[in-house]
Design a protein. Structure first.
Length: 198
């Protein structure tokens, strides 16, 4: 009787493991498709809700504020998403190159109510949030820190998302990015300096 029960448990455990593997594979495939669909998209935040023609406004911002030549033929689709008065606007461009040109000039909108960002997947948003949190943590400890692409650079040392996630399981939440650049040194203090995100 016991051996029969144990055999059933073994079978169920095997099925669970198999389903977990299938689920992991499907998630990877979905993430790949999702990222591909977002590749040429960017998000415009802070547009005046009274703007009549959104496409014309986006083209005007690109040309006059960013000095990027943008035409209606460069835009594949444009629509509002989310809630609130100033709903974010998704702009899908026909090429990744045009999207990159626009985002490179996004800093020219500093001081206005409008800002631009890539259209990130939920996974990418979570990863970016983690990078920002660790960058701020490092700066609060007096370190020179910035985000470059999908990596965090502290005092000239590059730290990947994978390193941050791995280190998080072994260290105190508020210390682990510090420990990546100073292993074994839990509290290394320094003068607080200002640093800008580039």
């Amino acid at each position: 009787m016991r051996s029969e029960f144990e055999e059933k448990v073994r079978i169920y455990e095997g099925r669970i493991k198999e389903l977990e593997q299938i689920n992991g594979k499907l998630r990877k495939e979905w993430n790949f498709i999702d990222k591909k669909q977002r590749k040429n998209k960017l998000v415009v935040h802070g547009l005046d809700p009274e703007v009549g023609n959104i496409e014309e406004k986006v083209i005007d911002i690109a040309r006059n504020s960013l000095q990027v030549e943008l035409n209606s033929s460069d835009i594949n689709d444009i629509y509002k998403v989310g809630k609130g008065a100033k709903k974010p606007v998704i702009v899908e461009l026909i090429s990744y190159r045009k999207k990159s040109q626009i985002l490179k000039g996004a800093n020219k909108l500093k001081g206005t109510s409008i800002f631009l960002s890539p259209d990130l997947s939920p996974e990418e948003r979570a990863q970016h949030k983690m990078l920002v949190n660790h960058m701020n943590e490092a700066r609060n400890r007096g370190r020179q820190a910035k985000i470059q692409g999908r990596t965090l650079i502290i005092e000239g040392q590059t730290i990947t998302i994978q390193q941050l996630e791995k280190q998080k399981t072994a260290d105190e939440p508020k210390n682990f990015s510090e420990n990546l650049i100073h292993p074994g040194n839990k509290e290394k203090k320094g003068p607080v300096t200002r640093s800008t995100l580039k």
